[in-house]
Design a protein around this ligand. Structure first.
Ligand SMILES: NC(=O)c1ccc[n+]([C@@H]2O[C@H](COP(=O)([O-])OP(=O)(O)OC[C@H]3O[C@@H](n4cnc5c(N)ncnc54)[C@H](OP(=O)(O)O)[C@@H]3O)[C@@H](O)[C@H]2O)c1
Length: 390
């Protein structure tokens, strides 16, 4: 652990990104106050946070809900920094976008007012999203922090994800305007899709999308158009980098890799041959609207370096999925368990008992095994393609 760094608050500690951020802050010597939504029945397991190294001494958990922004007050008191990460990812699409966005903007502003009044908070890092620049509606090849997504443009596309994109864009815009108006130091980070291992018991939405071809979730393929990806560890590191960098100002896009849906299918089938990955032909119709490239130049020029690439993102995500039961061991991987499987039918076994009982010459031990699986299956089920012994 590095030296003592002071007290900071992370909102929405139960989340995919926030839990890694908390881990890294503790590792770097910070004391952390985090928020989780109230759980009156006490059913929620947050041991993945309380068991983090250093958590016993330096992590405190508070209850707070974005629907009641003042509930964040206790968690922010005394902090030198606030990482405002909490934001819903799933929405009731029947609720008008304007109402959803207004509620989340109000939540952000409520939290910022607490920061301002605390007199202790020196900087707020607001977790925005690349969705706040990607849908700018301009015919550009690359987008940077100078552009904003256009909610009306997104509406005109009549496509999915409007509530999320609009509420993130409007909240970030309101946060930066609040900072300007009141002299509160606010920096925003705009990560693209974060992928990697996860501490949470839930399967993070961004991991589920990135692995949708392996998980067989066809309904998520539509989210794989021009997929920009970044390792969740780099996202956590970038939050802390922006908090600690005295010259950081404004917005920072955080995107290390980009891959098309067809390239991803090829990459996955070469890297993980044990899974059945859909081919380009099978993916036809999911290419969607081409989005601009994302530029992380500002973050990189400030001195940040990405440490991880696609290999680590996908390996980590797959490993966590296996460990937490979201992904069963690949079919071919399971062959190893069949190596010594011998079989005998139960009526043969019963017959062998009687035979030994009735045979006056029977003596000592008798192995009872008719044939091995690898021979038995193709003989009995010729309609299936059974792998050969090789
Ligand atoms: N993952 C990505 O690819 C990605 C990319 C760009 C930006 N982001 C941003 O990063 C942040 C975290 O995302 P994530 O991927 O870590 O998602 P996540 O795992 O779903 O975490 C979201 C967090 O927000 C909390 N939250 C949601 N609604 C809340 C409410 N009404 N009151 C209080 N807390 C609430 C959740 O609490 P519960 O556990 O109680 O639901 C959870 O702790 C979000 O701001 C998201 O927009 C994510």
């Amino acid at each position: 652990m590095e030296g003592e760094r002071g007290l900071v608050c992370v909102t929405g500690g139960t989340g995919f990104i926030a839990s890694w951020l908390i881990m890294r802050l503790l590792q770097n010597g910070y004391k952390v106050q985090t928020t989780v939504r109230p759980d009156p029945e006490g059913k929620r397991d947050v041991s993945y946070l309380t068991n983090l190294p250093g958590a016993f001494e330096r992590l405190q958990i508070f209850n707070a809900d974005l629907d009641e922004p003042e509930s964040f007050s206790d968690a922010i008191q005394g902090c030198i920094g606030v990482f405002h990460v909490a934001h819903p990812l799933a929405f009731n699409e029947n609720e008008p976008e304007e109402i959803v966005s207004k509620r989340l903007v109000e939540a952000t502003l409520g939290i910022l007012r607490i920061c301002l009044n605390s007199k202790t908070v020196k900087r707020v890092v607001y977790t925005s999203s690349s969705k706040a620049v990607l849908l700018c509606g301009k015919d550009v090849d690359v987008v940077d922090e100078n552009v904003w997504s256009d909610v009306d443009y997104h509406k005109s596309l009549n496509t999915f994800g409007l509530h999320y994109m609009a509420s993130k864009t409007k909240s970030e815009m309101a946060a930066l305007a609040f900072g300007e108006e009141h002299g509160l130091d606010i920096v925003s980070l705009l990560p693209c899709r974060a992928v990697g291992p996860f501490l949470t018991p839930h399967l993070p939405a961004s991991v589920e999308v990135a692995l949708s071809m392996i998980l067989g979730k066809k309904h998520l393929y539509k989210y794989l158009t021009n997929i920009h990806m970044v390792h969740v560890y780099d996202v956590a590191r970038a939050h802390i980098f922006l908090f600690e960098n005295p010259t950081a100002k404004g917005r920072y896009i955080c995107a290390s890799d980009e891959i098309s849906i067809n390239e991803l299918s090829e990459f996955l089938s070469i890297k993980y041959p044990e899974y059945q990955i859909p081919t380009s032909d099978e993916l036809k119709g999911n290419e969607g609207k081409k989005l601009p490239h994302l530029s992380s130049k500002k973050l990189l020029e400030a001195g940040f370096q990405f440490k991880y690439g696609l290999d680590e993102m996908l390996d980590g995500a797959i490993q966590s999925c296996k460990e937490k039961g979201f992904l069963y061991v690949g079919k071919k991987e399971r062959f190893k368990y069949l190596e010594f499987v011998h079989k005998v039918q139960v009526d043969d076994l019963a017959g062998a008992y009687i035979f030994l009982l009735e045979n006056p010459a029977a003596n000592g031990r008798y192995i009872c095994s008719s044939n091995e699986m690898s021979e038995f299956l193709p003989a009995k089920y010729p309609e299936y393609q059974t792998p050969t012994a090789e």
